[in-house]
Write a protein that binds this ligand. Sequence first.
Ligand code: ZN
Length: 63
Amino acid sequence: MNSTCPVCGEEGRPILFGLPSKEGFEAAERGEYVLGGCVLPSEPVNRACPNAHRWDDRSAATP
Ligand SMILES: [Zn+2]
């Protein structure tokens, strides 16, 4: 399921939190993930777009 940015409409990618494995870094370099860093944000976000917008597509899934 794709999730597009609510701000700019770019395709969202899953945010990978914490220190990624070697595979995680490689996947991020391929554009499969966005690295979110080791600190969890105050708001729940799990998607990021190439323009650095972040959002949570779980809460947005409400019909
Ligand atoms: Zn965006």
